[in-house]
Design a binder for this molecule. Structure first.
Ligand code: TA6
Length: 323
């Protein structure tokens, strides 16, 4: 794992609860600390959140022990950002290029709607390089805010603006490719995706309809659920922990676990690590976003980790999905 080895100061626009530091391979990251003890880390490489810890210091995101903290490979774990393309839904490299570019600290982000409760946040920005413009000929500003709410919730807000000066619109797909840490995948269930339509990546992206029960895991899964309600719960029975994922501006949700065979093919992923992770990824895939010059799109994800109200195998839905 990547641990801090040196630190330096940030522009005054960032709060004192955010520290700029470097990991052992020299990659720069920002460490956010909230007064009750929760913390998060975001790497400038990929604009990628690589840690979210609760007030007991427990890691809530999965990062592979084999993750390579070195370009050009994206970091395996945390929250890679897929932009301007999700997966292989287009002609670009898989998941686009934002996840393996160096982002900059955004010294002067345009104002956010005021939320005075949130005092711990970091702002990053990605603009295309000359090389990027050859791959995807569109000028854009991608602003990412990573925030820790007072109770430890992790909030990611992406604002993408078309800055083309030639009048051309552009279209993109997007995902927060979130790797959750779970105790044992066979003890996990996901609620909020029942009866929805999905595209199955393991069956040539064919469309199917999910059955009525919560999702449990007995084999590899790679599905894009469509028109998903704003709240999904990931219930880790063994850990007695529930993650609640809320989203805005992102109609789809991807569910991925590589399981044993695919794990062995991935060079930056341990053979048995699939047991301890689950990707649940708010996304917009089926309907790409189109922006005219000057237009901005916003996509938000909010993660909460709470102790499960666990009672004879049933989660109290009022406390999670309706709460
Ligand atoms: O989001 C699921 C997915 O698109 C899967 O198809 C799987 O390949 C995964 O992402 C990881 O992709 P990566 O390029 O990071 O190996």
């Amino acid at each position: 794992m990547d641990t801090a080895s040196s630190s330096s100061t940030l522009p005054t626009s960032h709060p004192p609860s955010v520290e700029r530091t470097k990991g052992p391979t020299g990659l720069e990251k920002l460490v956010l600390r909230e007064s009750r003890g929760w913390s998060a880390e975001v790497h400038l490489y990929g604009g990628q959140v690589t840690s979210w810890k609760n007030d007991h210091g427990e890691e809530l995101l999965f990062v592979s022990s084999k993750a390579i903290f070195k370009p050009p490979k994206a970091i395996r774990g945390g929250i890679p950002i897929c932009f301007p393309q999700f997966g292989t839904h287009g002609n670009l490299e898989k998941h686009g290029f934002a996840r393996n570019r160096f982002w900059a600290i955004d010294d002067n982000p345009p104002p956010f709607p005021v939320n005075t409760a949130i005092k711990t946040f970091a702002d990053l920005i990605l603009k295309p390089s000359e090389e990027d413009l050859k791959i995807w000929p569109h000028s854009f500003e991608f602003r990412l805010r990573v925030a820790l709410a007072p109770r430890g919730d992790l909030i990611l807000t992406s604002r993408i603006r078309n800055t083309n000066i030639d009048g051309r619109p552009f279209s993109f797909t997007f995902a927060y490719h979130t790797y959750f840490s779970v105790s044992d995948i066979s003890e996990v269930r996901v609620e909020g995706l029942e009866t929805l339509d999905y595209l199955d990546n393991l069956h040539a992206k064919e469309r199917f309809t999910e059955q009525g029960d919560a999702i449990v895991f007995e084999a590899g899964i790679d599905k894009i659920y469509l028109d998903v309600p704003s709240k999904v719960a990931i219930i880790d029975h063994e850990k007695k922990r529930t993650y609640v994922l809320r989203k805005d501006g992102l109609p789809d949700t991807v569910l991925w676990n590589p399981w044993d065979k695919r794990s062995k093919i991935m060079q930056d992923f341990g053979d048995e690590e699939y047991k301890h992770m689950l990707c649940v990824e708010p996304a917009t895939v089926e309907k790409p976003i189109t922006l005219k010059p000057g237009e901005e799109w916003k996509g938000k994800m909010e993660l909460t980790a709470v102790p499960s109200s666990y009672c004879s195998g049933q989660l109290d839905p009022d406390k999670v999905l309706q709460g």
